[in-house]
Design a protein around this ligand. Structure first.
Ligand SMILES: O=C[C@H](O)COP(=O)(O)O
Length: 265
């Protein structure tokens, strides 16, 4: 059975103590659900070190929400890959739409960060997504193909095996987000898969995990995860509270354990 990646970006929501309390609960839950659910959490920078310690011995992967591409230098307010490496970060979220929208991050910057992450053995989780205007103008696929191509520029086939992609349509994210139709997500993921196969060949292109994110909720997550080429979910609000996240994880766990025959995994 292939892995199903389920992770959450906490954005700017949790203090250290709140993050630790959440992590303790998730650790317990992780022991009772199938290891085929590959769990990851992405806290704020201030929580990374204590949560790394709390996660000792746990299979839950730890990510950071951003980083600079340089190892060191006069970049006030930035965090370098060398600093994250010292903490022991498994994956690094790059190019989230909020970074692009509020901090002017572009695909060229993201590409530099992807290379920096790979250099330090951290898996880049590259976020791509079209805006509502781009969707309404019928250029979603062109936009996504360009984002993918530039973000992964000069990433070799060998390196690509360590990359994760999250498709997050900008119009589906956050409080004002409109949940995407599952069919649309399926269509886009198949398109992205084809692009990855074109870039990295059949074997590696088929294996790069493609996660979906944007208003993933208890009433829609199964529709998304059952789409061909959706290999996981990148969850915001629904996962910030363990009450709802545990329902999602337990339900997915049951599906994976009991419905393997009818399930794409
Ligand atoms: O990183 C997560 C995404 O931005 C999705 O957030 P959301 O599930 O709250 O819409």
């Amino acid at each position: 059975m292939t892995k199903v990646w389920i992770g959450t970006n906490w954005k700017m929501t949790k203090t250290i103590s709140e993050g630790l309390a959440y992590t303790r609960e998730l650790k317990k839950l992780a022991e009772s659900i199938t290891p085929n659910i590959e769990l990851f959490i992405i806290p704020s920078f201030t929580s990374l070190l204590p949560i790394r310690e709390e996660l000792s011995g746990s299979r839950i992967k730890l990510g950071a929400q951003n980083m600079h591409w340089e190892d060191r230098g006069a970049y006030t307010g930035e965090i370098s890959p060398r600093m994250l490496d010292e903490i022991g970060i498994d994956l690094i979220e790059l190019g989230h739409s909020e970074r692009r929208q509020y901090y002017n991050e572009n695909d060229v910057d993201i590409n530099k960060k992807v290379h920096a992450a790979l250099k330090y053995g951290m898996r880049p989780l590259v976020c791509i997504g079209e805006s509502i205007d781009q969707k309404n103008n019928g250029i979603s696929k062109e936009v996504l193909a360009a984002q993918l191509k530039v973000c992964l520029k000069n990433v070799t086939t060998e390196q690509a095996q360590h990359v994760l992609i999250a498709y997050e349509p900008v119009w589906a994210i956050g409080e004002r987000g409109i949940p995407a139709e599952a069919d649309y997500v399926g269509e886009i993921h198949s398109f992205l898969r084809k692009n990855l196969v074109d870039l990295y060949g059949e074997k590696v292109g088929q294996e790069i995990p493609l996660l979906y994110g944007g208003s993933v909720r208890l009433d829609n997550f199964l529709n998304y995860i059952q789409q061909t080429n959706v290999n996981g979910l990148f969850v915001g609000r629904t996962a910030w509270n363990m009450e709802t996240f545990s329902v999602l994880l337990n339900e997915l766990d049951r599906k994976l354990k009991h419905e393997i025959g009818g399930f794409k995994c």
